[in-house]
Write a protein that binds this ligand. Structure first.
Ligand SMILES: *Cc1c(COP(=O)(O)O)cnc(C)c1O
Length: 389
């Protein structure tokens, strides 16, 4: 017998990080001293205060049962308190906040709740690959919105034809942006809201890096902009902010109809986040000021190391990013994204991510993640210099 995967699964491009992992694995097997600046997964452990909260909550019997699909009331209240404190926005925890098994899960399921076959979903490119795959799973048509350096890595909303807007059901956005590290402006979000109102589509803002920034900068939450709640939601997560990628806890906030639709879809698929993990999430949000500045300081130190390294390399087009933990760079020596990444792996034993892994509009770029120690980042730059980059 043979079992062929569904059409919808076979329509997807290969998940690029799997490919990258295989190449890296081969280099490790050859015994090379790999410096991994590839996958965006914090290398630092979760702060102890959060781990202790999990350990305590794990002992409580009532936490061993099925959680509420939309999250414990206490967790949703803590998310509300975070948004009020940090972004000055009030949400009703009963109707405007829900838990997610990480923001990826919410992104993956949202189109299934709102997109019909043939509907258009506007997707930033380069971008996180899940916007595309979740759209395809729902039978929707991803329509790429190129993010170009000339336009500060914001989509050109006027370049999208009216006929496309007319069929648009959903728009994904992501700021601070992975992979370009760009920030959104208030003016841009205001123009997005105007378009969404005019054409009646949902805006889903992926805010996974909202609290990851350099020099104490504060990125703008989509929800801070008047009108955002009428047109959409923000998907956020503890993963990147608190070094909790393995814990799988995130949340969505905003439009109550969108929250209700996503919750009703999820009620058929999963049973929420382990209560003890939600308790740990509460501890994380409550201790934001005690733990997040130190985490961001670590990235800043690494960014400085990279910037010093780049100064040695003489890459004159280099601009320091303001946030996220990525640096988005033009390839060197006229190489394609794939060749640049392969050469860095083969000549320098440095793992990076090719720009085209985030869609065709990422061609000509590569991404480094500041998820290795400063000494290793500097060492990577020295190896690049020796290799003629
Ligand atoms: C890491 C990441 C996510 C997913 O994070 P979760 O761990 O699922 O919360 C979502 N969007 C972007 C752009 C990311 O880089």
């Amino acid at each position: 017998m043979s079992f062929v995967v569904s059409n919808r699964l076979s329509l997807l491009p290969p998940y690029v990080f799997v490919e990258l992992d295989r190449l890296k694995q081969q280099a490790i097997e050859r015994g090379e001293d790999i410096i991994n600046l590839g996958i965006g997964d914090p290398d630092q452990p979760t702060p102890p205060i959060i781990i202790e909260a999990l350990a305590e909550a794990a002992k409580v019997g009532e936490n061993h049962r099925y959680p509420s699909g939309i999250g414990m009331p206490d967790f949703r209240k803590e998310v509300a308190a975070y948004y009020q404190r940090r972004h000055g926005v009030d949400f009703n925890p009963a109707t405007e906040i829900m838990s997610l098994i990480g923001s990826k899960e919410g992104i993956g399921h949202l189109p299934l709740a709102f997109v019909n076959p043939g509907d258009v979903v506007l997707v930033p490119e380069p971008g996180y690959p899940v916007y595309n795959s979740s759209t395809i799973f729902a039978g929707g048509e991803p329509y790429p919105m190129p993010l170009t350096q000339e336009n500060a890595f914001l989509p050109d909303l006027e370049a999208i034809p009216e006929a496309v807007y007319a069929r648009t059901r959903l728009m994904f956005l992501n700021y601070p942006n992975n992979p370009t590290a760009a920030f959104a402006t208030r003016d841009f979000f205001e123009r997005v809201i105007a378009k969404a109102r005019k054409h009646g589509f949902i805006v889903a803002h992926d805010a996974a890096y909202l609290d990851v920034s350099f020099g104490g900068r504060k990125a703008l939450s989509f929800m801070e902009v008047p009108g955002a709640r009428e047109v959409g939601i923000e998907l956020h997560s503890l993963s990147k902010t608190f070094n909790m990628t393995g814990w799988r806890v995130g949340f969505a906030v905003g439009n109550p109809e969108v929250i209700a639709g996503l919750a009703s879809l999820k009620a058929n698929l999963d049973s929420g986040v382990f209560n003890a993990v939600q308790r740990a999430g509460i501890a994380a949000l409550r201790n934001f000021d005690a733990v997040v500045p130190a985490i961001n300081q670590t990235y800043e130190t690494r960014l400085k190391a990279f910037s010093n390294g780049v100064a040695e390399l003489g890459w004159t087009d280099y601009r320091e990013p303001q946030g996220s933990f990525y640096v988005w760079l033009r390839t060197r020596n006229g190489l394609s994204s794939t060749d640049m990444t392969r050469e860095l792996l083969q000549k320098c034993a440095v793992v990076t991510t090719p720009g085209n892994a985030f869609g065709a509009a990422g061609e000509g770029y590569f991404r480094i993640a500041l998820t290795a120690k400063a000494e290793r980042i500097l060492e990577a730059c020295q190896r690049m210099k020796k290799a003629g980059f």
